[in-house]
Design a protein around this ligand. Structure first.
Ligand code: HEM
Length: 150
């Protein structure tokens, strides 16, 4: 049976992981700025906007690389190993996938609010929610990858 992008699976997962750390760093900083806004402190709008754009670009790239890595994972990692030996890891991966999909609209809301500049505290709340979501995504991605094979 042939699986799409099988010969590139390792490179795709490594590139996906590397870009994920850019997402994590930028989203973490964005979350801290969001928390400052929620506490009523002044935060330069340009900084929030730059970070939001960085998170968006890296997130879309990580998402795309994750989708390309998925067929090999579905057959060789999940199908042959995780579903049989560590079903909790398969479930954790599903949580990660759903959170990644859920984070896309969160990103859209942050970008839209930053564009309008009308609701800085609301935008701060969504920045914190996005950072929390990215932390869980990256953490669960690493945990699933660390599960030993056969
Ligand atoms: C965009 C947000 C995402 C982030 C921040 C993220 C983060 C991560 C991290 C940190 C890892 C572990 C590092 C590594 O193995 O190199 C990982 C693994 C992985 N991710 Fe993602 N991920 C995201 C979305 C997705 C999506 C949408 C998919 C595809 C549906 C996906 C598919 C995978 C696969 C197949 C693995 C390897 C799992 C394994 O072989 O055990 N990721 N992800």
């Amino acid at each position: 049976m042939s699986v799409a992008f099988e010969s590139l699976a390792l490179e795709l997962v490594l590139a996906h992981g590397a870009v994920a750390f850019v997402v994590a760093g930028a989203a973490g900083q964005l979350g801290l700025l969001g928390a400052r806004r929620l506490r009523g402190l002044e935060v330069p709008a340009a900084r929030v906007r730059t970070l939001a754009c960085t998170v968006s670009a890296a997130f879309v790239l990580a998402f795309g690389l994750g989708l390309l890595a998925y067929p090999h994972y579905r057959v060789a990692v999940r199908g042959l190993v995780l579903d049989r030996q560590s079903p909790w890891a398969s479930n954790l991966f599903d949580v990660k996938e759903n959170l990644a999909a859920f984070s896309l609209p969160l990103l859209g809301v942050v970008l839209a609010l930053e564009h309008d500049q009308r609701a800085p505290r609301l935008s701060g709340f969504f920045c914190v929610a996005l950072a929390a979501s990215v932390a869980v995504i990256v953490g669960s991605g690493l945990v699933v990858t660390l599960v030993p094979g056969p």
